[in-house]
Design a protein around this ligand. Structure first.
Ligand SMILES: [Zn+2]
Length: 322
């Protein structure tokens, strides 16, 4: 059977404009989409345009007053919200809803039988909190998608966040929840933004034991990254028995990405993806991969390509591809 890869993407994502020196810039998606259209992936991608997330689902995760402040800041022409790093433009509020809507679309499609879907979205989401924007993130795309999957379809959801930074927003939103399990691999938070993500943060109340932080020491590479999957995450997959998996897929842990001191290589991301694909087959759950960070414009598209090829079990056309 011929494989297809649904990619939920809107050209409107590029209308979230940031200043040229800002790392989270429209070119990130330009280079990814260009790469996806080339080679083997180009023959199988099926681009699907998302609709904006309905306000009712965004409010499941974000506070109404924060949303009002965010919308007003954009429409009034402010250049940032909740800290200078969170640059906005007139269109950012609207585009952020389309990014969240991409994950909702992916959830609907996996519920109709798709096994793997990629959402190359921006702005990213995993640092966004209920009451605030943080770390270039405004709406928590992954959390909104997980909440929708949980509430609308009654599923148990595992989130694996392999961005180099801890996804504080996702952790906090599901901290007291035992139906959405959050796992994050990230650089040692004692040195790294946003400073959360210690192993002792394990969840609270009903959610105790449903939050797993795996900090890696600075300069960790593929060995430590893969060890985290095999030794720490595999037992979670076996015990929690997720009915759906969302990957918060940041690629800033790559050795050539300046945003962190981790040294994961493209082969490391390929191997991690391969492990996740095997779990999804063995335990029979669909996977939605949602772009988070990754800022080296030469490396990011290669990381995405090897990730997708491994998730789809495609042979690389050429070893040089890695
Ligand atoms: Zn990051």
């Amino acid at each position: 059977m011929r494989k297809t890869l649904p990619v939920i993407f809107s050209p409107d994502f590029q209308y979230h404009r940031t200043s040229p020196q800002h790392p989270e810039k429209p070119e990130r998606l330009d280079v990814i989409m260009k790469r996806l259209k080339e080679g083997l992936l180009g023959e199988i991608i099926k681009i699907i345009e998302p609709s904006p997330a309905p306000l009712e689902w965004v409010k499941e995760v974000h506070d109404s007053n924060y949303l009002l402040r965010f919308e007003e800041a954009c429409l009034r022409g402010r250049s940032f919200i909740c800290g200078k790093e969170n640059e906005i433009c007139y269109d950012t509020y609207e585009i952020a809803f389309i990014a969240a809507g991409a994950v909702l679309k992916a959830v609907d499609l996996v519920e109709k039988g798709e096994k793997f879907i990629f959402c190359p979205v921006r702005p990213p989401g995993h640092h966004a909190e209920r009451y605030t924007a943080l770390g270039f993130c405004f709406l928590n795309n992954v959390a909104i998608g997980a909440r929708y999957w949980q509430k609308n379809y009654g599923r148990r959801i595992l989130i694996i966040d392999w961005d180099a930074h801890h996804g504080n927003g996702i952790q906090n939103i599901f901290y007291e929840d035992d139906e959405v399990f959050y796992v994050s691999i990230h650089e040692n938070p004692r040195f790294s933004f946003p400073g959360t993500g210690l192993p002792e943060e394990k969840g609270r109340g009903r959610g105790e034991g449903y939050n797993l932080n795996i900090p890696l020491s600075l300069d960790s590479g593929d060995v430590q990254f893969i060890e985290a999957f095999l030794e720490k995450i595999e037992p979670v997959v076996k015990e929690f028995k997720p009915e759906g998996l969302i990957i918060a897929a940041g690629f800033d842990a790559h050795q050539d990405d300046d945003m962190a001191y981790l040294n994961v290589t493209t082969a490391g991301f390929a191997e991690a993806s391969e492990i996740v694909r095997q779990w999804s087959e063995e335990f029979d759950f669909p996977v939605i991969s949602v772009l988070e960070g990754g800022y080296n414009l030469d490396i990011l598209p290669v990381c995405v390509a090897v990730h997708l090829k491994a998730m789809l079990d495609l042979e690389a056309e050429d070893p040089e591809d890695f």
